[in-house]
Design a protein around this ligand. Structure first.
Ligand code: NAI
Length: 776
């Protein structure tokens, strides 16, 4: 090829990055690697091969951990944790800073090793993965430094088990390890079996940084090792990976008291309106779906393009696809590298071969290199319900459909069981910012895509998991309140007297409260409630699954509550407090009769105080504008979770009810409350207060009955977004196991003197991160 040819074809020559240093590092370790436990590398045990997916070459043999290895790692982490936490924020910050510096110092070695092990283009590992991993350690060095000042009263959780995937091996390690150790936890981390090498190199820089032994432990192996970590004596599991495994981990940890965050799959929409800057949107799409060969949980894998521009857009897109360069990931001119493993190549090939029959498939011509390569692929003409529009492919495959109106775009975009991310492209700021909050997604990019930063929270809703990584919000997942209120203890209802006699001939069967109306129990059964003195106070309905269904339906219909202003919600909560105050004496008497104690007056006062607290917060639990080192702002917006089912404490029947209802309502959620089993009449009296306080129908629903069965009904309902168990801990297991169905959030806690403070507000909200262009 002469210079004239080059000018005409504009072909790039190869620009290979040397892998000599990475190969030398592997050679130096005999290409045989053990675990990193308690600050030292163990001898290799039973090994498996880690291969370069671009060439098939064996890079190293890596150890499959056994039970003893996992126990040794957890024991080391447990032993190191108190001293690590006691070091204080500043000393921990210095270690995190040292790790960040060492990641910078060895940046190219990490980048090349990552590319060898994973198959991603060196351009990406060098310019994205490794710099973002460094940024995570820098940022969290700052979080360690500020912890005592900015997170007063928060303490570390203890030992964190962390299980990460293969698509961003070092970056996912950074996302997990940096916040955990910044907050004073110690970790046992398992990299994915396809990509363990940079994690082990990270072990080496932990040694170089002089990190105390046991603070970071890395064990390698497959899913069986992951299962062992999940079952080990750890205080928290943080998982990123497939929804199926996330669900299994949710079930396995149910009732164990282990804290859990799950960052799972997605099928994120990429919406292009007809007034978008089409060339930018095309370039964005390259980053959305061909970045990392599409093996990105938040990949913009579902293109939604407005009908009027669809043909033009697809034509431009195909032309751009034709120019993507596929090949040796170590070549600096390569756009698309290799998939991680032949297994993944098979999965993508099978999904496309089976699914593309319904649509039109486009792949650029040209032969692919040998190895795990798959061509950039576009499939048009699919219907929203087609498999490829719904299932995560996790490869360089874009599916596309069209829409006519913004409303239709939203309908298609939200027609998914996932809710991780979304991109919106329009030059009309009003349109883009109108659509952004209506998308079901934890992260929304406006006129951009796949932007990440340590300061910006990342995480999903629905089956994309729960919990956030990054920012202040990410630290909630690695700390807890130092002063945790004790869990509720069971309370027996007052027994019927030996010779039950009614002193009141009137029927006093309290109904339930569903959709703003009093409603009889579906079961047709009710239960007598006696006072401590043996007087019949009334009957309450025995709620069942059908009543829960009706209540959830009513709550779902009241979705407009989520769109009300904090100011309005505050006014309504103050009004509830005022009306409760007007009937304070009656409620106090009722509580005293039921409990046989003299605490009624104080409990009513505490409930009114708490309502004021939540009314106060309704318009003050603000989000943040994160200064990210990219053009734009990442807005952290606190949004309601949706429909919350709350199992109220068995004692303090009024305060317990308000403790769940107040914060949920204040943040814009709708609630289905299951009141105290023993003293439900306080709750049924309370709906008369709600009826007179302008609370819209369906925002608060009250179903009386056995908390055991009703909590399971709520936790398994697919339209419930979160379950709070403020009642006894024996219900936790059933609730958390049933919650695995749609991976709803759960919160099992004691209420102490009532749910005030930021913890409960965080439970009542989801942080949506919206990236908007801002400034130059
Ligand atoms: P995976 O979810 O099986 O693997 C992720 C991690 O979990 C690995 O470290 C693995 O060893 C571990 N693991 C597997 N089974 C486990 C268990 N029962 N208990 C504890 N840990 C376990 O993902 P896989 O099989 O590698 O990929 C399959 C599909 O998952 C992909 O095609 C993609 O759709 C999705 N995926 C999503 C990711 C994301 O970032 N959301 C990342 C990786 C995969």
């Amino acid at each position: 090829m002469n210079i004239q040819d080059i000018f005409e074809s504009m072909e790039y020559g190869p620009a290979p990055e040397s892998d000599a240093e990475a190969q030398a590092w592997l050679e130096g370790r005999g290409r045989s690697l053990g675990h990193f436990i308690n600050g030292t590398f163990t001898e290799a045990g039973t090994v498996f091969e880690s291969r370069n997916p671009a060439t098939g070459a064996v890079l190293a043999k890596v150890t499959q951990a056994n039970g003893a290895d996992v126990t040794a790692a957890v024991t080391a982490a447990r032993k190191a944790q108190p001293r690590w936490a006691a070091l204080g924020g500043h000393k921990r910050a210095r270690f995190l800073y040292a790790l960040a510096r060492l990641l910078q110092k060895h940046a190219r070695l990490f980048a090349v090793l990552e590319t060898l092990d994973n198959g991603k283009p060196i351009r990406e590992s060098r310019d994205i993965d490794i710099p973002l991993a460094q940024r995570h350690f820098y940022y969290h060095a700052g979080m360690a430094q500020l912890m005592e000042e900015e997170l007063p009263g928060r303490v570390p959780l203890g030992v964190c088990g962390q299980i990460i995937p293969w698509n961003f091996p070092l970056l996912m390690l950074a996302w997990k390890v940096a916040p955990a150790i910044a907050m004073g936890n110690t970790v046992v981390l398992k990299p994915a079996e396809y990509t363990p090498l940079t994690a082990l190199l990270f072990g080496q820089i932990c040694q170089e940084a002089g990190l105390p032994a046991g603070v970071v432990n890395i064990v390698t192996g497959d899913g069986a090792v992951g299962e062992m970590i999940v079952g080990a004596e750890v205080d928290k599991i943080a998982f990123t990976g497939s929804t199926a495994v996330g669900r299994a981990i949710r079930s396995a940890t149910a009732g164990s008291g282990k804290s859990l965050t799950l960052e799972l799959g997605g099928k994120s929409p990429y919406i292009v309106f007809e007034d978008a800057d089409l060339d930018s949107a095309i370039e964005g799409l390259v980053d959305a779906i061909w970045f990392n060969q599409g093996q990105v949980c938040c990949a913009g894998s579902r293109l939604l393009v407005q009908e009027g521009i669809a043909d033009r857009f697809h034509t431009k897109l195909k032309a751009r696809m034709d120019r993507l360069r596929i090949g040796d990931p170590l070549d600096k001119c390569i756009d698309v590298g290799a998939l991680v493993d032949p297994v993944q190549l098979d999965t993508v090939t099978r999904l496309v071969t089976e699914g593309a029959k319904q649509g039109d498939l486009y792949q650029p011509s040209g032969t692919l290199p040998d190895g795990c390569f798959y061509p950039p692929t576009l499939i048009t003409g699919l219907e929203p319900a087609d498999t490829l529009m719904q299932e995560e492919i996790f490869g360089p495959v874009l599916v596309s459909t069209t829409f006519r109106t913004p409303a239709e775009a939203l309908e298609i975009a939200n027609n998914t069981r996932y809710g991780l991310a979304a991109s919106v492209w329009s030059e009309n700021v009003n349109l883009a910012l109108d659509i952004a909050p209506k998308l079901t997604a934890g992260v929304v990019w406006v006129n951009s895509t796949n932007l990440f930063d340590a300061a910006a929270g990342f995480g999903g809703v629905r089956e994309s998991g729960f919990g956030r990584e990054g920012g202040w919000e990410g630290l909630l997942a690695y700390t807890r309140a130092g002063d945790v209120p004790a869990r509720a203890k069971p309370v027996a209802p007052c027994a019927a007297p030996a010779d039950p006699s009614r002193d009141d001939p009137l029927d006093r069967t309290a109904k339930m409260f569903i959709g703003g109306k009093q409603s009889r129990p579906d079961s047709g059964y009710s239960r007598a409630i006696w006072s401590q003195k043996g007087v019949l106070l009334g009957h309450v309905g025995e709620g069942n699954r059908k009543d829960i269904r009706n209540a959830v339906e009513a709550a779902s219909k009241a979705a407009a509550w989520a769109g009300t202003s904090g100011h309005l919600r505050a006014q309504i909560l103050y009004y509830v407090a005022e009306n409760l105050s007007a009937r304070a004496a009656e409620f106090a008497r009722r509580i005293d009769d039921l409990t046989g104690k003299k605490g009624g007056k104080a409990e009513v006062e505490a409930a009114i105080d708490l309502l004021f607290t939540h009314a106060a917060w309704a318009d003050k639990f603000d989000g943040a504008a994160k200064g990210v080192p990219l053009r734009g702002l990442a807005l952290a917006v606190n949004e309601p979770v949706g429909v919350i089912g709350a199992i109220c404490p068995p004692d303090r029947p009024l305060l317990g009810l308000i403790s769940a209802m107040g914060p949920a309502m204040a943040m814009g959620n709708r609630v289905v409350l299951v009141p105290s089993d023993a003293f439900p009449l306080v709750a049924t009296d309370f709906y008369q207060v709600l009826e007179t306080s302008d609370v819209p129908a369906g925002v608060v629903n009250i179903v009386t009955g056995g908390q055991g069965s009703l909590s399971a009904d709520i936790a398994s309902h697919l339209d419930v977004d979160a379950v709070w168990n403020l009642s006894t801990p024996d219900l936790d297991q059933g609730i958390e196991a049933a919650s695995a169905g749609n991976l709803k959030r759960t919160w099992c806690a004691g209420i102490g003197g009532g749910t005030s403070g930021r913890e409960v507000l965080a439970q009542a909200t989801e942080v949506r991160t919206v990236w908007v262009p801002y400034g130059e």
